[in-house]
Design a protein around this ligand. Structure first.
Ligand SMILES: Cc1cc2nc3c(=O)[nH]c(=O)nc-3n(C[C@H](O)[C@H](O)[C@H](O)COP(=O)(O)O)c2cc1C
Length: 328
């Protein structure tokens, strides 16, 4: 019998496929559909620090300390009027009653400001864990890498003592000292990290010479970026690692597990191919494990991580030394 179960953030998942935070996990209805489609867990759509602050604190006092996007003030007023935070808690409460899979709440934050008290309310509303969607774009020449990394540490140090549910950190890959920084984060009481988020990036419309939206969905080859870092870090960090971005099929799930991932998060492939893709991924994983004679994920997890690989230097290689490609 093939057993796909795994422990992630101390939670029991029937399988390692988690639906990532997005419109797919925005409402009770869509969360129920993810469970019916066979997801191991879901991460709810992010609630924004700005929304929380707007409804719980003196927003003007907070704005003075944190750099928000210029649209933030208008955005915050709208959300504040709509009582979005209370709605978020209601979705969580109702989804908790309607499903049995682990529900991971998600907070997009950029500071350790007043929103952290709110985490307790997420916990009370039924969140089994909280994922922090935390990203500071290193676009200011006045802000050093060390200062930016300190923002992450401040958030962790402020939040971790306040909650009892596990906390995970969903990260971008803009760290010059990636291994050292992520190992340091993992040595707090953090339960897991998600490598990596895929952010909205502006594009240019050359006909109208204006800014344009870029493709919101990943392509299937994008998984190779997180694959390298999962493989390098899985034996070095002191917490779970979930792989994310570009995981579109069962083969990519298997590769991330071989690199040492505890679980994977999927989003674009479900938008493009429908929720039925979850069952296809599980079927592929089961068939492959049967062919290989593996009964549990632990039988092969991390077998091709950098620490276990027979050729560890290959995971560090970045230049094309021998490969030459012919052009037509
Ligand atoms: C429409 C859309 C909405 C998203 N919203 C969020 C969000 O609220 N919070 C978050 O952490 N990630 C969000 N994401 C990022 C996804 O959770 C995921 O990390 C990213 O799309 C990369 O995974 P993928 O290649 O499987 O799509 C969103 C992605 C999409 C396409």
């Amino acid at each position: 019998m093939t057993d796909l179960s795994t422990q992630y953030l101390g939670l029991s998942l029937e399988n390692p496929i988690i639906v990532g935070s997005s419109g797919l996990t925005r409402s009770v209805d869509t969360i129920v559909r993810c469970e019916e489609a066979g997801a191991g867990a879901v991460v709810l759509k992010s609630v924004f620090e700005e929304q929380i602050i707007a409804e719980t604190e003196d927003i003007q006092a907070h704005v003075a300390n944190v750099t928000w996007h210029p649209e933030a003030a208008e955005y915050v007023q709208t959300y504040s009027r709509e009582n979005a935070v209370e709605q978020y808690l209601n979705v969580l409460r109702d989804a908790r009653k309607a499903t049995t899979i682990p529900l991971i709440a998600s907070v997009h934050c950029v500071s350790a400001g007043g929103w952290t008290e709110f985490a307790k309310r997420l916990e009370n509303a039924g969140a089994d864990a909280i994922e922090l969607n935390l990203f500071v774009l290193p676009s200011s020449p006045k802000r050093s890498g060390a200062e930016i990394e300190q923002v992450y540490m401040d958030v962790l140090e402020t939040l971790l003592p306040k909650v009892t549910v596990p906390i995970s950190l969903k990260l971008g890959s803009c760290f010059s000292g990636m291994a050292q920084t992520l190992v340091t984060f993992s040595q707090t009481k953090l339960a897991g990290m998600v490598l990596f988020n895929r952010f909205r990036a502006p594009d240019i419309d050359i006909e109208n010479m204006t800014l344009a939206e870029s493709e919101p969905f990943s392509s299937p080859m994008e998984y190779i970026h997180s694959l390298r870092w999962i493989s390098i870090l899985s034996s070095q960090v002191s917490c779970d690692l979930a792989a994310a971005t570009g995981i579109h099929d069962g083969d990519a799930v298997i590769k991330q597990l071989l690199a040492g991932a505890t679980a994977v998060q999927v989003c674009s492939t479900l938008y493009k191919n429908g929720l039925g893709r979850i069952a296809e991924m599980k079927d592929r994983l089961t068939a492959w494990m049967t062919e290989q004679g593996f009964e549990t994920l632990d039988d092969f997890r991390g077998n091709l991580s950098q620490a276990e690989s027979s050729n560890p230097a290959d995971w560090d290689r970045v230049q094309f030394m021998k490969m030459s490609l012919n052009m037509k």
